[in-house]
Ligand binder design. Structure first.
Ligand SMILES: [Zn+2]
Length: 215
C-alpha cells in the first residue's frame, strides 16, 4: 500500500467491499448503456463541497465540472484550452442534459480572494486572470453592501456571482438555443458549509430561497 496515501488506500478498500458492491449493477448498466446524466453541475473545487453528497446523487446522475470559484468564462472560441467550456459543450450538445446547476458556496476562498491585493507572479498568474470572472459580482456587492459586515458582503458576492455565471452560460449558443426552446433549464445555488443548506436563486423574486422540501 502507498503509505503516503494510506487513508485513501483504506477508504478504497472499504469502497470496493461495500459501496461498489451495493452499486455494482448500476455501474455495469452505466457502462453497457452509457451515461445519460440529468444535470451538469458546475461547482467550486473547494474540498468541503461534495456535489453527490449534498444532492443525494447516485452514479450517473451528475456530470460535474469544478473550478476555482465555480466560474463560467463567457463563450470565447479561440486557440486557448477551455476546460469548463468544453464540459459545457459536451454536457449540453452530446449528453443533452436537461438542467445546469451553478453552485456557489459559503466561505469561498475564490470570492474572498477578489478582495485581496494579489501581486502577479509565475505562481498565481492563472489564478489572477481567472478571478476576473468574479469582478462584476464584487463591484455590485461593494456598492450594495458598502457598510455591511465583511461576512455579509462575502455571502452576497458569492450569490451575485452565481447569477453572473448563469448569464455567462447564456453566451454559449447551444445553451441559449436550448434554454429558448425550453429543453434546458438553468439553476443558481448557494451552499452553506456550516448548516448544510442549499438556497436556490428565484429569478422572479431576484432572491435566494431554501431548496429543501422541508424548508
Ligand atoms: Zn469556493
Amino acid at each position: 500500500m502507498d503509505n503516503r496515501l494510506r487513508t485513501f488506500g483504506e477508504g478504497h478498500t472499504s469502497f470496493q467491499k461495500v459501496k461498489f458492491k451495493e452499486n455494482e449493477k448500476r455501474f455495469k448498466k452505466l457502462v453497457s448503456e452509457g451515461q445519460s446524466p440529468k444535470a451538469l453541475f458546475i461547482g467550486c473545487s473547494d474540498s468541503r463541497v461534495m456535489p453527490a453528497m449534498i444532492t443525494g446523487s447516485k452514479p450517473g446522475d451528475l456530470f460535474i465540472v469544478r473550478n476555482i470559484g465555480n466560474f463560467v468564462a463567457p463563450f470565447n472560441p479561440n486557440s486557448d484550452y477551455h476546460a469548463t467550456a468544453s464540459a459545457i459543450e459536451y454536457a449540453v450538445s452530446i449528453l443533452e442534459v436537461s438542467d445546469i446547476i451553478v453552485c456557489g458556496h459559503s466561505h469561498c476562498g475564490a470570492i474572498a480572494a477578489l478582495y485581496k491585493d494579489m501581486q502577479p507572479s509565475p505562481e498565481n498568474i492563472h489564478t489572477i486572470k481567472w478571478l476576473e470572472l468574479g469582478a462584476e459580482a464584487k463591484k455590485i456587492a461593494s456598492i450594495a453592501h458598502k457598510n455591511s459586515e465583511k461576512e455579509v458582503m462575502l455571502k452576497y458576492t458569492e450569490q451575485i456571482s452565481v447569477v453572473y455565471q448563469l448569464d455567462n452560460l447564456l453566451s454559449y449558443p447551444a445553451v441559449k438555443k436550448r434554454v429558448e426552446n425550453n429543453t434546458l433549464f438553468l439553476h443558481g445555488w448557494h451552499y452553506d458549509l456550516e448548516s448544510g443548506n442549499i438556497d436556490y436563486y428565484d429569478d422572479e423574486d431576484f432572491d435566494f430561497k431554501p431548496l429543501s422540501m422541508q424548508g
